[in-house]
Ligand binder design. Sequence first.
Ligand code: SF4
Length: 252
Amino acid sequence: MKVIINNIEYEGLPGETLMELAKRNKVNIPNLCHKEGFEGQGRCRLCMVEAREGNKTKIVSACVYPIHDGLEVNTDSEKIRAMRKNIILLLLLKTPNNEYIKKLAEEYDVKAPERYMDFSINENCILCGLCVKACEKMGTSAISLVNRGTGKKVSTPFDDPSKDCIGCGACAQVCPTNAITMTEANGVRTIWNKEFKMVQCSICNKHYTTEEALDFIESRLGNEEEKVCDTCRKKIISEKFKESYKNIFGQP
Ligand code: SF4
C-alpha cells in the first residue's frame, strides 16, 4: 500500500501505524511516548501530523493512526509546527528543570515567558505512561497512573513499597525523561521506595539484576537461569559465533 509522507512515496505494510512506517523508513516524527515493542499510546501528542483524506485534512497522532492506501501526510506543516511548539511549552512549564525537555524546547525554539517559569518545580514526569506499560508487559503491574488532574502521577499503591515490584528497573529504562530514580550501591538497588539485594554476574562479578527479578524470570521460563550479565552474555555469544565461523570457514 502506498503512503505519501512529505511528498515522498513509501510502501506501507498491512497493520502498520503511521509512526511504524515512518520509523522503518527513517522519517523523523518527534515523539516521547513511542517505543519499539510497545503499542502506540497517543499520550504525549508530540507525534501529531496532518493527514489528508480527500479534500480535507485532519490532525492525527502518528503512533496510533493506522495507514491505508493513498494516505497523504505532512509531518511538518505550519499548523503542526505551531501545535507541537504549544505542547513543548506546556511540557516545559510542567518540568522546567528536566534536561531532556529543555533540550527539546531549544531544538524547537520554544521559550516560556519568564513570569510563568517556576524553577522550584522538581518534576520530571510527563505522564507518558511508558513505565506503567513496561511494568505491565513484565507481568508485574506494580505501578500505575494514580489520582486525577494536577495530582496525577505514577506510583505504587498508596506510595508504599509494592509487594509486586521485583526491582527489574524496566520502568526506569523506558522513561524518556529519566524521571524514575533508581540507585545502586553496595549490591543493593533502590527503586520505588523498596530495596533489593542484587545478583552478581558469575563471570565479571558485576551486580546486574535483583534476586526477585531473577526468580521471576526463572518462574516464567521454568528453568534455572545462568547468573550472567548482558555484557558477558553478549561476549559468550560472540565467541561462540567466531568459533563456529572458524570451524566452517577456517581461519578468517
Ligand atoms: S515516569 Fe517516565 S515513563 Fe513513567 S509516565 Fe513519567 S515520564 Fe513517562
